[in-house]
Design a protein around this ligand. Structure first.
Ligand SMILES: C[S@@+](CC[C@H](N)C(=O)[O-])C[C@H]1O[C@@H](n2cnc3c(N)ncnc32)[C@H](O)[C@@H]1O
Length: 280
């Protein structure tokens, strides 16, 4: 393909290390979604139809929606993937029971920091399926929890160091929680690197946020950590989060998710990123 689809975002300037100033037009190139695949046998030619940007469902015509649904379902069916055998494990993402260099694809929506207490969210299922009898111990197994007693922190990212230092000036407890989170996510990426085959991909869905006025650039930190561990960036897709069912505001003081009529609310996770990283 000899072109990119994009829309003009804004004008700015770039200062080179030599002190030169260049005028720059920022183009938003994506998100692009494949909405239909044309095949020579059926349609007379091979081509893909793509959609640019995010569109409200009500604005998509019924035939386009049908084509998108049919396309994905059809692809799975044609590849016999609807009958694929699968095994489910409930394990820690830092210790996956899988051999080295055996996995082709990892798709994950990892934990978020200081947003949810996942142990509390999973409490009913955990007791029901007997994952634990001791909730306070159970809490410590989750990434992103504030009940964590981790001592050895390895950030493996200069940006993570900066974020931790900025946060320390505002709130030492948050700074520690965020540092532990980045360190534990780094362990997950190490584990991903171990189990992926060379050329295998890891797709990670993550949003950035802010705490006490400090930007918590999760996507950028993850990309830096993964590159330091031996991944390369295949693609990064940025998209507006269309669903308003997700918690969309945070209490500025406590940092926790809040209801939309809360007094000190600030927006959280208005956009998300899909990092597509390849093991080199
Ligand atoms: C952002 S949520 C994604 C949930 C999932 N995609 C879904 O739709 O149900 C992150 C998930 O990571 C889980 N998690 C937290 N710590 C983990 C760990 N050490 N290993 C594996 N999963 C963990 C949380 O319990 C939570 O369910």
């Amino acid at each position: 393909m000899k072109f990119i689809l994009g829309k003009k975002e804004n004008m700015t300037e770039y200062f080179s290390p030599e002190g030169q100033v260049f005028p720059v037009t920022v183009i938003l190139a994506g998100p692009i979604t494949v909405t239909k695949i044309f095949e020579k046998g059926k349609d007379g030619y091979d081509a893909v139809q793509v959609g640019f940007d995010v569109q409200k469902k009500e604005r998509i015509t019924k035939s386009s929606l049908g084509a998108m649904k049919g396309g994905f379902y059809k692809t799975l069916k044609e590849n016999n993937s609807l009958k694929t055998f699968c095994k489910t494990y409930c394990k820690d993402a830092r210790k996956i029971p899988t051999k080295n260099n055996t996995v082709s694809l990892i798709v994950t929506s990892p934990p978020y920091v200081t947003s949810y207490e996942y142990a509390d969210l999973h409490q009913l299922t955990a007791l029901w399926f007997e994952y634990t009898k001791n909730l306070s111990d159970f809490r410590k197994r989750f990434i992103g929890t504030s009940h964590n007693g981790v001592k050895k922190i390895v950030l493996n990212s200069q940006l993570a160091e900066k974020i931790k230092n900025y946060l320390e000036r505002k709130d030492k407890k948050f700074a520690k929680e965020v540092a532990i989170y980045f360190s534990e996510m780094n362990q997950c990426f190490k584990e991903m690197k171990r189990i992926l085959k060379k050329g295998g991909q890891a797709c990670i869905v993550i949003g950035n946020t802010s705490l006490k006025g400090v930007e918590i650039l999760n996507a950028e930190v993850f990309a830096e950590q993964m590159q330091n561990l031996g991944f390369k960036i295949d693609d990064i897709i940025k998209r507006e989060i269309p669903s308003k069912n997700l918690p969309s505001v945070r209490d500025e003081i406590t940092g926790r998710f809040a209801s939309s009529n809360s007094k000190n609310k600030i927006s959280v996770y208005p956009t998300e990123y899909i990092l597509i990283m390849k093991k080199i």
